[in-house]
Each structure stands twice: as structure tokens, then as C-alpha cells.
Design a protein around this ligand. Structure first.
Ligand code: A2P
Length: 336
């Protein structure tokens, strides 16, 4: 059986990656409908060796699609996801718009594939935040074996998480600085080239940013466990592709480090990089593939149940496109 698949945001960074990933993973696509705004309707994109025309979402009839992969921003999803869902198209939404609705499943296939069963509630499935996805893929085996009481996490997030214009801004600022030209910032609140910015998304009343609170809410929802405490600091760094995270957690039960190494080695989607002086980085390992890399695994010298990990993954792939396509694969394998 083959499926008609609409990709909304097809000209954006994640949308393009979704289309590439559908081809790469040989998803059973009958017809592909790349959708965007009227700005880029009429453009052509490549899919499986053929040219496909980008359509204006405003004029698209979602009854033609079995599955819709949405990645054009929260307000676009807010408008079009209910329309698509109503027309019988199952929406897999990459924005944060529906993530915290109790009747919308929020899914990382390696962690909570079973929660997908509720997708008919709204015909909408939410794809989690990129930082949450890679963290939970890495922590799930530890959570299952020993429980997790508390997570302190600092992120080092690539600019591609903020879209095409953010990638252009880092490139342009870098070139301008090299040439001693004046530098402007539009996408980011401060200069991002040769800098780090401890703000991603808007500040909330409690002093955390929205990106940080996403990691709190989503971790608890995906694990189905509101007793897991999460304390994040989300930081933008001048890296193009690949988020890194320094994670410091406390388990519920005393753990065996060798056992955790074995669990991580055996777990799906993870590669543990170990050895004397080796560790994963966004550029040398994660960028361009779907793996969640774990390194710097070590017992915390400051706490008996403490454990430290360094987790790296490509935010546009496993953090966005790949996870969405994996959800679609689960959907067609078990439900459609
Ligand atoms: P368009 O090319 O028509 O602007 P990125 O996250 O890389 O910035 O990409 C955003 C994606 O979302 C693009 O594909 C963009 O299409 C799409 N998009 C943005 N606003 C809208 C809208 N109002 N309607 C449909 N698609 C939109």
C-alpha cells in the first residue's frame, strides 16, 4: 500500500529534509504534495529523481492526502492542521502548537511509540522539540532501568533550529566580521557569529525561556511521568547543524555504570562513543545522519546517584525530519 503525503513548509530547512528523508527511508509515497505559501508556489523540487511543483497551501484540498507532515511554523499549523485533520489527513506536526494538548500524542518512537494509538482523537500527532527528542532517546534506557529523579541540562544548539534565515544570518555575520564590515542581527537577539546566546524563544514569567520549558513539559508528557524534574538552560551557539547537550541527572536507584554502558550500546538509535580521549561533536559526528551520539559518560563526583552524559544529534534530522518520518512509519505499519 502507498500513501499520498503532503509536506507543508516544503521550501524550508526542515521541510526539505523531510522530503529527502522520505526518499532516503523509502517511505511508501504514492503522490507527494510539497506545500508552502504563495511566495514559493510554482517552484520545483526534486523527489526520487522527479521534479515536483510546490503548491500554495491556501489552495490545497487536504482530502487528497493521507498524511501531512507540517513544518511551517506554529501559526501556520494552528490554521491548517485542523482543516487537514477534518478532511481526513493525519497531521504529524513539527511545531509546538499542539504539543501540550492532552489529547494529542507527543511521540518519540524509541521512547513512547504506544501513545500513537490515540491519534484519532484529533487526527493530529505532535513531533517534540529537537532538544527533547535527543535527550529522551539517550535517557530512556537509563530511565527504564534505574528511574530518573532529576535532570539538569545545558544545551548548545545549532542555528538551523531557527530555520533558513537563521543559517543565513550566521553565515553573513561571519563573512562580514572576517571582512571588517558592519554587522547586523535580525533573527537572533544578539550577534551569533563568534558568540553564544543564552536565550532561545521568549522569556516566560518564571525566568526560564519557552525553549527551556518545552524540555520540562515534553519530558514529563513523553515519559508519562510528572515526577521527573527537569532544569534546563538552552543556549544558541554558532554551529550550523547539530545540537549538543551536557546532561547531569540523578537516578532513583543506585546504578551500575558498566550496565548503563551496555544498555546504551544495545539501545536503538544510539551510538555510545567511548575510549580514552574520544567524544562526539556536532560537526565530526552528528551532522548529516540520524544517530543520537552519547559520550563523556561518567559518574558524578558530587552526588552518589549522579550521572553525566554529553549527547549530540543533528537537530534537523532526528530532532525534526527523521522523527516525523519515523512517526509516519509507525502510523502506516500499525494503524492506517
Ligand atoms: P515559503 O517558501 O513559501 O515562505 P524555515 O523554517 O526554514 O524558515 O522555512 C519555513 C517554511 O514554512 C517555508 O517552507 C515557508 O514557505 C513555509 N511558510 C512560512 N509561512 C507560511 C505560510 N503562511 N503559509 C504556508 N507556508 C509558509
Amino acid at each position: 500500500q502507498k500513501f499520498n503525503v503532503a509536506v507543508l513548509g516544503a521550501t524550508g530547512l526542515v521541510g526539505k529534509q523531510i522530503i529527502e528523508t522520505l526518499a532516503e527511508r523509502k517511505f511508501p509515497v504514492d503522490k507527494l504534495y510539497p506545500l508552502a505559501s504563495s511566495r514559493s508556489a510554482g517552484e520545483e523540487i526534486d523527489f526520487m529523481g522527479e521534479k515536483v511543483t510546490v503548491l500554495d497551501v491556501e489552495e490545497f484540498d487536504f482530502a487528497q492526502a493521507h498524511i501531512g507532515l507540517f513544518s511551517a511554523g506554529g501559526s501556520v499549523s494552528e490554521k491548517y492542521a485542523p482543516i487537514a485533520a477534518e478532511a481526513g489527513c493525519v497531521v504529524i506536526d513539527n511545531t509546538s502548537h499542539f504539543r501540550y494538548d492532552y489529547d494529542v500524542p507527543l511521540v518519540v518512537p524509541e521512547v513512547n511509540a504506544a501513545s500513537l494509538a490515540d491519534f484519532r482523537n484529533r487526527n493530529i500527532i505532535a513531533n517534540p522539540n529537537c532538544s527533547t527528542i535527543q535527550m529522551l532517546v539517550a535517557l530512556k534506557p537509563i530511565y527504564d532501568a534505574y528511574g530518573i529523579d532529576r535532570i539538569n541540562v545545558s544545551t548548545y544548539q545549532a542555528v538551523s533550529g531557527a530555520g533558513k534565515e537563521a543559517v543565513d544570518e550566521l553565515a553573513k555575520q561571519t563573512a562580514n566580521l572576517m571582512n571588517a564590515r558592519p554587522m547586523e542581527n535580525e533573527v537572533f537577539p544578539k550577534q551569533i557569529a563568534f558568540n553564544v546566546i543564552p536565550q532561545i524563544d521568549a522569556f516566560q514569567e518564571n525566568g526560564y525561556t519557552k525553549e527551556e520549558m518545552k524540555m520540562v513539559w515534553e519530558t514529563q508528557k513523553i515519559l508519562g511521568d510528572s515526577s521527573v524534574m527537569v532544569n534546563p538552560t538552552a543556549v544558541r551557539v554558532p554551529v550550523f547543524f547539530g545540537h549538543a547537550e551536557a546532561i547531569h541527572l540523578e537516578t532513583r536507584m543506585p546504578y551500575d555504570l558498566e550496565h548503563i554502558k551496555q544498555l546504551l550500546t544495545d539501545a536503538p538509535g544510539i551510538e555510545l562513543i567511548e575510549g580514552e580521549e574520544d567524544y562526539p561533536t556536532p560537526v565530526s559526528d552528528a551532522s548529516g545522519n540520524d544517530t543520537v551520539y552519547v559520550g563523556r559518560l561518567r559518574a558524578d563526583i558530587s552526588h552518589p546517584m549522579g550521572l553525566n552524559l554529553w549527547v549530540v544529534s543533528d537537530n534537523t534530522r532526528k530532532g525534526a525530519a527523521t522523527n516525523s518520518v519515523q512517526i509516519a512509519e509507525e502510523l502506516v505499519a500499525n494503524y492506517l
